[in-house]
Design a protein around this ligand. Structure first.
Ligand code: PHE
Length: 454
């Protein structure tokens, strides 16, 4: 095992921020608003919050337990905790999921670089909402630009992975997360103050349950796993670097709160602005990219220098937030190949970077020049998103809860949860009950409901 993978996060706050760095990313600022827009607004958000409490936090605690106790990559972790059994497939499933997510996630991460460049080149000022929409389409329709940015992003991730992750992740998360947070708050205020933002706020805060169907339940559940980086062993891998007295329950609560807060703030930025400038909330993956430049240009119409600074800073931070997430996915796959196939870390990283780039290129092209090639009516990019977020991650979460709730020695679970502070017995019992019963039945119910609809 390499030195890097056995290093520890130097501080407890560093551990929280590193896990939050993985969790907070495009899932919160790009995916959450467009899923909310597609699925009817406030009712979706309420279901999402219920999913975080019922599945998200307990499965995160389970992943932390598995990772810290085994101190190993996610596939090996199951072999250590359940030797000679088939549980190792849960870990391998996670590695495959991470690999697939990284491949198409890097496409959107690449878009953030294009928008950073546009913001830094001062091209936003004076554009109308229609022009922002048209310029997004002409960018994604372009044969080369999205591919170029995707590859650049994959290389940036690769570079950090081969340099060793802990130092970089911990340090950058400590500085970047708070700045991103402050910027989001400023932008949310700007958006709410735009004329005509009222219906957007209503869309976010006033639930309309008539729009809820099994598809909405599946979306909210998928978004929970996606946004919290759960169900694929990512947080399990990070927990293998936690100190032995890091309080797992508190860390999970902190990470889930930070992550949800960022998502809600993103909603508060996007919807008031979208309604204010007449952009449909169900515009899909392009929603954030056509709405955000409007927020900054309209809110400071008389102060172009402020638009310039805030938009450049925003896209830079968004790219960096995406980077801390791509690093965490890349790390899961690289450490797996490195440790299980006796490959050097460098070679493993190269393999991941090149394979993901190739698949990423196909996903990027499927949004533009290859639009007409669809599978079940979806382009390749959407197929990857559907397959990973709505099927693979929740399925991973299902087995992780069953493993921890039913199979794992309860003494291990109790000791891990108890370290770093005394866990009240009723909290421990509640966690076990949720992992044994509530999470598996809940996830199973959502799946079965959706299948009946198909
Ligand atoms: N949670 C990340 C985000 O919100 C995405 C991610 C998913 C990262 C799964 C790792 C694993 O952007």
């Amino acid at each position: 095992m390499s030195d890097v993978s056995r290093a520890n996060f130097g501080s407890k706050i560093g551990a929280i921020l590193a896990a939050a760095g993985s969790a907070v990313g495009l899932g919160n600022i790009w995916r959450f608003p467009y899923q909310t827009g597609n699925d009817g607004g406030a009712a979706f958000i309420l279901i999402y919050i219920v999913c975080i409490l019922c599945f998200g936090i307990p499965v995160m605690i389970a992943e932390f337990t598995i990772g810290r106790h085994s101190r190993s990559n996610t596939a090996r972790a199951y072999q250590i905790l359940a030797p000679g059994t088939q549980w190792k497939w849960v870990g391998r499933w996670g590695v495959l999921t991470g690999f697939l997510i990284l491949s198409y996630y890097a496409v959107v991460a690449g878009w953030t670089l294009e928008y950073f460049l546009q913001a830094a080149g001062n091209t936003f000022i004076g554009k109308t909402p229609e022009e922002f929409a048209a310029s997004f389409t002409s960018f994604t329709d372009n044969l080369w630009r999205p591919v170029f940015w995707l590859i650049l992003f994959m290389f940036a991730t690769h570079f950090i992975i081969v340099k060793g992750v802990q130092q970089g992740i911990e340090r950058s998360a400590k500085i970047l997360m708070p700045i991103l947070f402050v910027l989001l708050i400023i932008m949310a205020i700007c958006s709410i103050l735009l004329p005509g933002s009222g219906p957007g706020l209503e869309f976010l805060l006033k639930p309309d349950f008539s729009k809820v169907n099994s598809g909405v339940l599946l979306s909210a559940m998928g978004q929970t796993f996606y946004s919290l980086s759960l169900g694929m062993g990512c947080l399990c891998t990070y927990a293998s670097y936690f100190q032995s007295d890091t309080n797992l329950t508190k860390t999970a609560l902190n990470v889930a709160s930070i992550d949800s807060l960022v998502a809600i703030l993103a909603g508060l930025i996007i919807f008031p602005a979208a309604f204010s400038v007449g952009i449909q909330p169900d515009a899909g993956p392009s929603l954030v990219f056509i709405t955000l430049p409007n927020v900054l240009t309209q809110a400071f119409a008389g102060l172009p220098w402020l638009t310039y600074i805030l938009s450049t800073a925003f896209y830079l931070l968004l790219a960096l937030a995406a980077l801390t997430s791509t690093i965490s996915m890349h790390e899961v796959v690289t450490v797996y190949l490195h440790e299980e196939f006796k490959m050097s870390r460098r070679k493993a990283a190269w393999l991941v970077t090149s394979m993901c780039s190739i698949i990423g290129i196909l996903c990027a092209l499927s949004m533009g020049v290859g639009k007409e090639y669809t599978i079940f009516g979806m382009n390749l990019f959407d197929v990857f998103d559907f397959l990973t977020a709505k099927l693979m991650l929740p399925l991973g979460g299902f087995f992780i809860s069953i493993f921890t709730g039913w199979y794992l020695d309860k003494k291990i679970l109790h000791d891990e949860l108890n370290s770093g502070g005394h866990l009240p017995l009723f909290v421990y019992k509640a966690i076990v009950f949720i992992l044994r019963v509530v999470a598996p039945i809940g996830i199973g119910f959502v799946f079965i409901n959706e299948l009946e609809i198909l």
